[in-house]
Write a protein that binds this ligand. Structure first.
Ligand code: FAD
Length: 399
């Protein structure tokens, strides 16, 4: 495996760096936000900005609005966005439902939904989990019954990230109670404005509102919003989960977080005196950097694995597992560096009083705490670490 970038890739990286420096507002590298902590406005703005350049769905086939980049270019893109502190792209549209629609959907669905994902004019959320059906997803009970040209949907989803601002939800619903649980599931696209949908907030450990319960009471959904075949939704659901897990590894977010740690470390090494344990932080920083390099190599393998091959089915699992562990260790290091500055306090906004490479530690702390707390969930969503380990032990080790 040749890890060196080719001259063309180096040119591509230079072009990206210049564009990112030009397009990101002053102070963007200090934003330090993630999917959960950034605002809807930032999410839409970034999607629109990428779309104007034709870069909003880098992995999609060109015919649907993708870039035609090589896997290496896509990875460079993710790394450079992370380095530059760009906002995180919402994965629900471009990583999750978009590929399901262009792979399994009708032409009408492709024409209707893909352009609005690309330009950020419609945001999506994911209606998979239900109370009692998380790891054991196939046991889900939200049902869709056929009534003429509509389905009538009744049931409840839970932990639905950003349902309170999403325009659409892609949902797994039960269309048959016969046979194996997996064989009675269908994949529906539902407009969040449809009468009968109620969204209730769940406040998470960071004190913020990212998560929701979504209730469906006699919600009418046109049959034309069924993706693929009725009762074949499990196949599309698994396809989507593999893409989701690659994304959750979050190499770009980790890269951005490491840059932030480095900046704080440099600043404190100069200003904090002996109370600041430079050597320990430097050692932990180096260890995380090495783990990130290894993760990026694994990510390359996962991205380049031939579709349908054993590697393409298995590699997303360790990628998610190792990536989320790394995200959490990085967040812990940030909090250790910031010390009591990470305690919530009134009167400081993130990035306030910062200029160039001079972080304002007191303003940075509370955001780091919010990120650390919300990041506890990364080893749960998209499939818990325990379940990932279980699948790997079964399919890789044959246990
Ligand atoms: C922040 C956050 C955001 C989320 N966003 C979404 C979203 O947008 N859309 C969506 O549909 N869902 C979302 N989820 C739900 C998430 O996918 C589920 O929480 C997850 O799949 C676990 O399911 P559960 O919560 O029902 O826990 P359970 O499945 O009840 O698991 C409880 C515990 O038992 C362990 N366990 C369960 N089965 C096994 C097993 N076979 N072997 C070993 N251990 C096991 C688990 O690891 C866990 O520790 C989100 C969750 C969080 C925390």
């Amino acid at each position: 495996m040749d890890l060196a970038l080719s001259p063309e890739e180096l040119d591509f990286r230079s072009e990206l760096r210049a564009w990112l420096a030009d397009v990101l507002p002053e102070g963007a590298p200090q934003k330090g936000k993630n999917l959960f902590t950034q605002s809807r406005d930032d999410t839409v703005w970034w999607q629109q900005t990428l779309n104007e350049k034709g870069w909003s769905a880098s992995s999609w086939p060109v015919e649907y609005g993708g870039t035609g980049w090589t896997d290496a270019q896509r990875q460079i893109f993710a790394q450079e966005c992370g380095r530059a502190g760009a906002p995180t792209q919402s994965p629900f549209g471009h990583t999750m439902v978009g590929p399901v629609i262009y792979t399994f959907g009708t032409q009408e669905q492709k024409d209707r939904f893909l352009p609005a994902i690309l330009d950020g004019s419609e945001l999506w959320c994911q209606g998979y989990s239900e109370p009692g059906s998380g790891s054991d997803l196939a046991s889900l009970k939200t049902k869709a019954e056929r009534d003429g040209e509509d389905y009538i949907v009744n049931g409840q989803k839970i932990w639905t990230t950003q349902a309170h601002w999403a325009d659409w939800i892609f949902c797994l619903v039960r269309t048959s109670f016969d046979g194996k649980a997996q064989e009675g599931i269908s994949f529906l696209l539902i407009d969040m404005k449809t009468p009968g949908i109620e969204v209730k907030p769940i406040y998470s450990i960071d004190g913020e509102h990212h998560l929701n319960e979504v209730y469906f009471t006699d919600v009418r959904v046109p049959v034309s919003n069924l993706v693929g075949e009725e009762n074949k939704g499990w196949t599309y659901a698994k396809f989507l989960l593999m893409n989701e897990r690659i994304g959750i590894a979050g190499t770009d977010i980790i890269r951005s977080g490491l840059n932030s740690v480095k900046m704080m470390h440099d600043h404190l090494s100069e200003t904090a005196g002996e109370s600041y344990d430079q050597n320990t932080v430097a050692r932990r920083y180096a260890e995380l950097g090495v783990r990130l390099e290894a993760l990026e190599m694994l990510e390359s393998r996962a991205l380049t694995a031939a579709e349908g091959s054993g590697e393409s089915m298995i590699l997303p699992l360790p990628l998610k597992l190792l990536g989320t562990d790394l995200q959490q260790d990085l967040a812990d290091l940030s909090i250790d560096i910031l010390g009591d500055s990470s305690l919530p306090r009134v009167g400081y906004g993130f990035g306030e009083g910062e200029s160039g490479n001079e972080p304002n530690i007191r303003a940075r702390g509370p955001e780091a705490m919010r990120s650390m707390l919300s990041g506890r969930a990364s080893t749960i969503y998209g499939g818990t670490s325990e379940v990932q380990r279980g699948i790997m032990s079964k399919f890789v080790l044959g246990l």
